[in-house]
Design a protein. Sequence first.
Length: 191
Amino acid sequence: MKIYTKTGDAGTTALFGGTRVSKHHIRIDSYGTLDELNSWLGLIRDQDIDAHAKETLIQIQDKLFTMGAILATDPEKTLLKSGKERLTIPKINAADISFLETEMDQMNDSLPPMTHFILPGGHPTVSYCHIARTVCRRAERLASLLHENEPVDPNVLSYINRLSDYLFVLARKLSKDLYANEIKWIPEKKG
């Protein structure tokens, strides 16, 4: 199987179902940003972090591929005229979102209460996590924009939102595990 097809040389690409769109289409930007996020999660997973966090990141990476497939599918091509599914694509469900919430709750139980915003940084691994969080927020903005024009599965939108929260809590946990200093953001007082 060749990696290159030359079908995108004119600036278009095919969605699952065959519809061709421009490579800068919001749908392409949406799942492309999830792909970028997935790469950042791979980099975090490659760091010296605990085995449970690595396993959780692998599960999340799998869900990012699922969401990418969902977003890469033309909604007009998913159902036959009979209403039966034409393309079989995995789904994101409430249990996937609950999984992230449970993971956050468990990590939060071992962390000091947060009283201020925290400046990203303190350790390269923590910084990677914050970069992933901001890429996740961008993916959420793009998916939300796509949703204004074409329907996006609400569970996909919820999962991306929850994932950015998860990455923030993971950054805090990694700060604790790596003995990195969390620097609080305290706004300057004018006067």
